[in-house]
Design a protein around this ligand. Structure first.
Ligand code: ATP
Ligand code: MG
Length: 237
């Protein structure tokens, strides 16, 4: 699904250049659940923005489902995102004056989905994200952190994306709520076959993925199968 070769990203601010990604090569297959780990400032969010077609690399190539997306215009990138990718950001970006249902329907308004279909799709996404139906007409500022996070996940799901990207989705949650949210990702991966890329700096969070990629200082320093998860799944630990 994802194939990137020697990607670099350099930010220019006036005379100063910051080289954030220094040559990242990576392949991710459809249906994989991958965690990206690394210290603060190592380039995780920058990489996610490129993999998520929110930004273009300075050099290198990136193909998504066989299409070279490293050289697309902003409009073309937006189209790729709308069709294929759902995002869960750490700052949830929910509209506080709109109900849960309206927040989840919003991406469909931009995608031009017919009004009568929007509600059905939003309800389906909320069910998949595991938010109880009695919360659907609440305003987002009347929800707990974990519930807000489920709304953010539902919103990422509403376009039925094959690829879901989440940047520190449990960063603001207590351990128990975090576990529930991670369970949701696991279900979306195992039962619905969605590809998941999850960014985190916590080992316990990364343990939910099948594969863990470590990035430091703009480079991949390790890329390994998460054997621990298989042991958890089989109740061996
Ligand atoms: N627009 C920008 N202009 C200049 N430098 C930037 C810009 N965006 C990010 N950076 C720098 O790039 C580096 C990597 O940032 P990035 O957000 O990818 O880190 P991260 O690994 O996601 O960190 P964190 O765990 O803190 O979220 C940081 O040093 C950051 O200051
Ligand atoms: Mg980040």
């Amino acid at each position: 699904m994802i194939q990137c070769n020697n990607i670099t990203k350099v930010y220019k601010n006036g005379d100063t250049e910051t080289k954030v990604l220094k040559g990242v090569s990576l392949a991710i297959k459809t249906g994989e659940f991958v965690a990206i780990m690394g210290p603060s400032g190592s380039g995780k969010s920058t990489l996610m923005h490129i993999l998520g077609a929110l930004d273009s690399p300075t050099s290198g190539t990136y193909t998504l489902d066989g299409e070279d997306v490293s050289k697309l215009s902003d409009d073309q990138l937006a189209e790729v995102r709308g069709k294929k990718i759902g995002f869960v950001f750490q700052a949830f970006n929910l509209l506080s004056r709109a109900t849960v249902l309206r927040n989840v329907m919003l991406p469909l308004v931009y995608a031009g989905t017919k009004p009568e279909e929007r509600q059905k799709k939003a309800q389906k996404a909320l069910l998949s994200a595991g938010l109880d139906e009695d919360r659907w007409n609440h305003l987002s500022n009347q929800l707990s952190g974990g519930q807000i996070q489920r709304v953010a996940i539902a919103r990422a799901l509403v376009n039925d994306p094959a690829l879901i990207m989440a940047d520190e989705p449990t960063g603001n949650l207590d351990t128990k709520t975090g576990q529930i949210v991670l369970g949701t990702f696991q279900r979306l991966n195992e039962e619905q076959g969605r590809t998941i890329i999850l960014i985190t700096h916590e080992q316990e969070v990364a343990e939910h993925a099948d594969r863990i990629i470590f990035i430091r200082d703009g480079l991949i320093i390790e890329d390994k199968k998460n054997l621990h998860k298989r042991m958890i799944d089989k109740n061996l630990v």
